[in-house]
Design a protein around this ligand. Structure first.
Ligand code: ATP
Ligand code: MG
Length: 221
């Protein structure tokens, strides 16, 4: 399906709720450009850029990168793009305010997955860093253990996917990111999808976006 109208979406949910996987499917089905703050930060850490060096210890400790750094980084990436799917930003009310000053958001997809499920998932997760593709040794293993299905390149376990750091990331989510859900709920753009399996959540997201996008098109027609 080709997109012929400006459409700006944010995907939210606790760490490991399936944002990356659902985003990849949205990109494939609807052609929205995926912008993942976590993937951008990890690419910078990998390439040892100034930004990467500055943010690595924050990320490894499961803490959030300062708002001004994040907002400047992501807003400059959005410049020049009409439509997008933001993943991992905004993560604080201050970031949501910064985004709101720059442009409006059409819809916010909230993946509501129990913390219990998440803890199990993250500690058995393997990531292909260049693409952000994720695998899970329990329920979604790569074809060849330790290697990406598409490129054949090695998979790694993220430094922040250890049990202690996962606990800290969930805490940061509760205190700093949950208020952002309220922020978007009060604007009337929040759509919540609950479940424990991405494959069961995805069809609902897909139906929702199909409706939403055909409605957007009718409005301009
Ligand atoms: P997932 O593991 O599903 O990708 P996550 O939300 O924990 O979920 P990322 O989005 O990849 O992971 O982010 C990893 C880390 O990067 C965060 O724990 C945080 O330290 C930092 N980070 C990413 N986005 C932001 C942001 N918008 N504001 C502050 N810190 C951020
Ligand atoms: Mg992610």
């Amino acid at each position: 399906m080709a997109l012929n109208k400006i459409f700006r979406a944010v995907i939210m949910g606790p760490p490991g709720s399936g944002k990356g996987t659902v985003s990849a499917r949205i990109t494939k089905t609807f052609g929205l450009k995926h912008i993942s703050s976590g993937d951008i930060l990890r690419a910078n850490i990998n390439a040892k850029t100034e930004l990467g060096l500055l943010t690595k210890s924050c990320i490894d400790q499961g803490q959030l990168v300062p708002d001004d750094v994040m907002s400047r980084l992501i807003l400059s990436d959005l410049r020049g793009l009409d439509s997008w799917l933001l993943d991992g930003f905004p993560r604080t009310v201050s970031q949501a305010d910064a985004l709101d000053e720059a442009c409006s958001v059409d819809t916010v997809i909230n993946l509501n997955v129990p913390f219990q499920t998440i803890k199990q998932r993250l500690t058995s997760r393997w990531t292909h860093l260049p693409s952000g593709r994720v695998y899970n040794t329990d329920f979604n293993p790569p074809k060849v253990p330790g290697f990406d299905d598409v490129t054949g390149e090695p998979l790694v376990q993220r430094d922040d996917d250890t049990p202690e750091t996962v606990t800290r990331r969930l805490k940061a989510y509760e205190t700093q990111t949950e208020p952002v859900l309220e922020y978007y709920r009060s604007k009337g753009v929040l759509q919540t999808f609950s479940g424990t399996e991405t494959n069961k959540i995805w069809p609902h997201v897909e139906v929702f976006l199909h409706r939403k996008l055909s409605f957007v098109k009718e409005q301009v027609a």
